[in-house]
Design a binder for this molecule. Structure first.
Ligand SMILES: [Zn+2]
Ligand SMILES: [Zn+2]
Length: 335
């Protein structure tokens, strides 16, 4: 069973997950990357027998996308949180969800190689899981993210996205949500809509723009070739997307991944979907995120893993980025 601990010095939660002890970089290389379809736990012939299915699309017949429980879960859905104070510290049971979205039946096709319709199905699967996990009142935030390539943390080559739902809002999303709320308090405008307008004025960082989505490299990107995709229309929550919206978003996502592949030769990458926290009201805190529909704006952040954070970055949180977003956007636009 995992345990969550909160420390007062850095004021953040840490997940202690003993089941993942076998995943140290220095040990058990056999679990690091399953290259062979015969032993791949996400290939249809293995997954149907082995893994607990949480969701499948379509519901009947041959599945196209499938959601299974992670083999090495960081958090478990069973149990009570039992939050406890331990002197200065806080802890609770490692309750949450850790799911794997299998994006395709085909072992060898990465997300960028899927059709727009197939990527839309992956996104619709994520939307369905987001909506369902929010029904669990213990869970406050759902993180949808992807690791592609072993240098980005992927343990399997078979293309997949992961979902971790936590009983708290993690530090970085909380900071972003708070900055957006503060901006709204002072200016009565959405911070992200303001960013969007700024990027349109200075189009040097815009990679692609259509009626629905803007793809750009943000002004102070900590990471080289970091790309954001944002809906042009103000919308706080990914769960609100219609199927039509998903098709347009899938088009922008595929375009961004193909551009990164062309410029950087299939780089390892991570992406993370940033969206509103669970809308369930909390006892005693009726005003939590009361203006979220006005002040937050969901978006996707894609980070090719081109540099490795070292001592200075770890010590200070300051990134050293060798590529300006204007240069990165110029390469990506011409790809
Ligand atoms: Zn496979
Ligand atoms: Zn907005």
């Amino acid at each position: 069973m995992s345990e969550l601990r909160w420390g007062p010095v850095d004021q953040q939660w840490v997940i202690f997950a003993p089941e993942r002890a076998g995943l140290f970089l220095t040990t058990t290389p056999d679990v690091r990357v399953a290259e062979d379809p015969a032993s791949c736990p996400l290939c249809p012939h293995n997954v149907e027998a082995a893994a607990k299915t949480i969701y499948r699309h379509p519901h009947d017949g041959e599945w196209q996308t499938r959601v299974v429980a992670n083999r090495y879960p960081a958090l478990h859905i069973e149990g009570d949180l039992q939050p406890t104070g331990v002197g200065l510290y806080d802890k609770m049971n490692g309750v949450g969800a850790h799911e794997v979205v299998i994006e395709t039946r085909d072992h060898a096709r990465p997300l960028a190689a899927l059709s727009v319709a197939e990527i839309s199905a992956v996104l619709a699967t994520c939307r369905a899981r987001l909506v369902d996990l929010r029904r669990d009142l213990r869970l406050r935030y759902v993180t949808i993210f992807k690791n592609h390539g072993s240098d980005a943390g992927a343990l399997l080559t078979h293309s997949h996205t992961q979902i971790i739902a936590t009983p708290f809002i993690p530090t970085l999303p909380r900071a972003e949500l708070t900055h957006a709320r503060d901006h709204f308090v002072h200016k009565e405008r959405c911070l992200f809509c303001d960013v969007l307008h700024q990027e349109e004025i200075h189009s040097k960082r815009v990679v692609r723009d259509d009626d629905a989505y803007i793809t750009f490299c943000r002004f102070a990107s900590p990471n080289p070739f970091e790309v954001w995709i944002m809906p042009r229309r103000h919308q706080h929550d990914f769960a609100l997307l219609t199927d039509g919206d998903l098709t347009l978003f899938a088009t922008a996502l595929k375009d961004a991944l193909l551009r990164l592949n062309a410029v950087l030769d299939d780089p390892p990458y991570n992406f993370a979907l940033k969206t509103a926290p669970s809308p369930n009201p909390r006892p005693g805190r009726p005003n939590d995120w009361a203006t979220i529909e006005l002040d937050y704006h969901w978006h996707l952040e894609i980070i090719p893993r081109l540099t490795r954070p070292a001592g200075f970055e770890w010590a200070t949180g300051i990134a050293i980025n060798p590529t300006t977003p204007e240069t990165a956007a110029d390469y990506l636009r011409r790809a």
